[in-house]
Write a protein that binds this ligand. Structure first.
Ligand SMILES: [Zn+2]
Length: 60
């Protein structure tokens, strides 16, 4: 598991982030950093919206 510290330093997720912000953050996070998995609740919401879950490997 590699952490992209530069990305994290510039992409903070507020504690009171709305669901849309959380979804967007996790999609961006999954594409840019590998330090943790997308939570199951977020994955379910992405699937419910017909969005695919990106992985860092798919971009490189
Ligand atoms: Zn990360």
């Amino acid at each position: 598991m590699a952490i992209n510290r530069e990305w994290h330093a510039t992409h903070k997720l507020p504690r009171n982030a709305k669901l849309d912000e959380r979804l967007n953050w996790h999609v961006m996070h999954a594409a840019n950093c590998d330090c943790r998995e997308i939570p199951a609740s977020i994955k379910r919401e992405l699937e419910a919206r017909g969005l695919s879950v990106p992985s860092p490997r798919s971009l490189k």
